[in-house]
Design a protein around this ligand. Sequence first.
Ligand code: FAD
Length: 451
Amino acid sequence: MAPSLSPIRSHHVAVIGAGAAGLVAARELRREGHSVVVFERQKQVGGTWIYTDHIEPDPLSVDPTRSVVHSSVYGSLRTNLPRECMGYRDFPFVVRSGVSESRDPRRFPSHGEVLAYLQDFAKEFAIEEMIRFDTAVVKVAPAAEEGSGKWRIESTEKEKKVLRDEIYDAVVVCNGHYIEPRHAEIPGISSWPGKEMHSHNYRIPEPFRDQVVVLIGNSASADDISRDIARVAKEVHVACRSNEADTYIERPGYNNLWMHSMIECVHKDGSVVFQNGKTISVDVIMHCTGYKYHFPFLETNGNVTVDDNRVGPLYKDVFSPAFAPWLSFVGIPWKVVPFPMFELQSKWIAGVLSGRIPLPSKEDMMMEIKTLYSTLDAQGIAKRYTHQMGISQFEYNSWLASQCGCSETEEWRKEMYFATGVKKRAHPETYRDEWDDHHLVSQAYQDFSLY
Ligand code: FAD
């Protein structure tokens, strides 16, 4: 006798955010037969890729009442992944024929090209008809009927000044994680007279002309922005916690850009003292120190918390066991190739919600999460690195693909990711314009011809 299949169920699902994660989540949910409403507080799709000249009134972005500018993208930003590797699996990020000349055909294109790609994706799959633009979600909480599994969502539509209070079967959170800045602690900063800011509010180098600037951080942003600013600034100094205490290196190719160890302290005469013993007089300190997960609208009675930047407990970085499968998150892991991972996470969520893909029991999910936390503890890995993946992303993607019954990450994509990492470390100035992985590019385009 053939095994009986459980019936596929369709649900009313809210997706919060229409960035790269929310767009593909909406597509996968609808493909699975769910009815979907996407809430997006901006006027268009694209999330962080919607570049704007605007910055927040508070340059450190610490004031909780500030008006938030979503994008963290700066004017000169080009992708740090090659476009073949970066795109969704079944909608390759290729140069499209018949589109306007304003598109950027480079392999590591500018931010505008990524936005155009996301707009193309939304158009191709008619995602916009599911989106309520200009509509911010202000509260997500379990609906009053205890144990119903349903969610109450309060949202405000700016232009029409409409406040809505609605019930959904499930919520998929795709609100992005590059909005709420983290800052370095600097001894003496309260009496230091210079200007402090976060890279979230950096757009162009011009305001730093003839200034002495210290950037804190060792991320892609610190790397890009330090070189961007060095074109006009008097001096640029990059302080980094992970550098040896005696680090003091002039960056090759520059006569005004230095790498240091971390800042030791700052003084009220405007000076900054580094752990390497150097002291300089500084105009601006820019924190390129990353962001915190932040879900200001989410009320879960403590079932989902953010503790030292660990969002938890979450099974496989996606489902909250307490509310599974009715509350899920797309895009929590970092140090990854985001778009294809979002696609797999979304397929998994859509299939689990319809009952096609089984989830373990709550107890088993919690047990797995506890084991993960103990392993991280035993390895001395701080909570804030819980969602950092790097190499392990491909094992994670394989697991997701096996759950969804779809093919694994292509070999060329993995190799391209590693090859780009090596090239970036060796040649940070030129890796976006000179590369050796031509054979991988050919393999990618062979695959793309299938779509
Ligand atoms: P977002 O793009 O941030 O979208 C979230 C959306 O949710 C936004 O549109 C926002 O308006 C909406 N939203 C938030 N809160 C609410 C609310 N309460 N109500 C309604 N709507 C809400 N990735 C790469 O692949 N390659 C790169 O080269 C690369 N470079 C990057 C450079 C920078 C400076 C940054 C910040 C990120 C970079 N990334 C890169 C990572 C990038 O964040 C991801 O590629 C991806 O765009 C994240 O998509 P998302 O949908 O998770 O978040």
